[in-house]
Design a protein around this ligand. Structure first.
Ligand code: PAF
Length: 289
């Protein structure tokens, strides 16, 4: 596996592959890799001739007071994992490579509406930061396909919408959440949990499952399901931001007739902001309210 740090070196490699007519896959990450990331890489390798993984902790997707400064940086360990998984090329740029003019007045890519709800309501500017850096990566890696984890379900939809609207010739693939054996969704931020919090963290997934079961029975209103989950999480010491049943396609509030739903949650536990979600396919009509 080769690691390149500069755009020049990246572009040289990409041009060579393009000349050969090779199919290229991209897996963008912020490093501190876990089995979820490796599952993306494995799928990417099956789909393309060459795979690029990027590791870049993108400052503009972090809000003031968020964890940018302490986000775990584990390049050497990540390189070991990527190399063992058979990666071709790791792109690990520094700040100057991706933001040569600084970050304050840099051009932003913004996907309206979808970026301002759910996580976007609590992290203003976050999805614009994501869309901007992913655009920079797409322009320079020129992937045929790019893979993202469904744990960040809203991010996945934002990137799909951006790609569609900006006519980017990239196929966006979402990959299933990889979970610990107790159900906790794998995340680089799980390392912020102490032992006691880690033991309690799977409750988010349990509440998502409970909500899914209630939806399937058709006997509970959406509001009742959401309120009960928020109360359970709060009583267990979480600080939930939202627990919400949405339409899977666009994260709008579900309407009568909608069958594909996504239940999504974000909650703080100690120093960690945890997010998770679950797809629910209804066989019958949506409960009212
Ligand atoms: O999901 C992530 O790790 C990041 O948001 C991404 C897509 C790499 C953009 O910085």
């Amino acid at each position: 596996m080769e690691t390149v740090f500069s755009l020049d070196d990246l572009r040289r490699r990409i041009q060579g592959w393009r000349r050969e007519g090779a199919r290229i896959a991209l897996v963008p990450t912020m490093g501190n890799l876990h089995a979820g990331h490796i599952s993306l890489l494995e799928r990417a390798r099956a789909l393309a001739d060459h795979t690029v993984v990027s590791i870049f902790v993108n400052p503009i997707q972090f809000g003031k007071g968020e964890d940018y400064a302490r986000y775990p940086s584990t390049l050497e360990a990540d390189q070991g994992k990527l190399s063992a998984a058979g990666l071709d090329l790791l792109f690990a740029p520094n700040l100057d490579q991706l933001y040569p003019g600084g970050i304050e007045e840099d051009t932003r890519v913004t996907v309206p509406v979808l970026s301002s709800i759910l996580c976007g309501q609590y992290r203003p500017g976050h999805f614009s930061g994501v869309a901007t850096v992913v655009s920079k990566l797409f322009i320079n890696v020129q992937p045929d396909v790019a893979l993202f984890g469904e744990k960040d379900y809203q991010q996945l939809l934002v990137i799909k919408r951006m790609t569609r609207d900006l006519l980017m010739p990239v196929e966006i693939l979402g990959m299933p959440i990889v979970r610990e054996s107790d159900g906790l969704a794998m995340s680089s931020r799980n390392s912020y949990l102490n032992a006691d919090e880690r033991a309690r963290a799977p409750l988010i997934h349990e509440e998502l499952r409970a909500a899914a079961d209630k939806l399937v029975t058709g006997k509970h209103s959406l509001i009742a399901i959401e309120t009960a989950a928020m109360a359970t999480l709060t009583a267990a010491g979480f600080r939930p931001e939202y627990f919400s049943v949405r339409r899977a396609e666009d994260l709008e509030i579900p309407k009568a007739g909608d069958r594909s739903l996504q239940v999504l949650a974000a909650a703080w536990l100690g120093e960690a902001r945890l997010i998770d979600n679950l797809r629910v396919e209804l066989a019958g009509p949506l409960p009212q309210g």
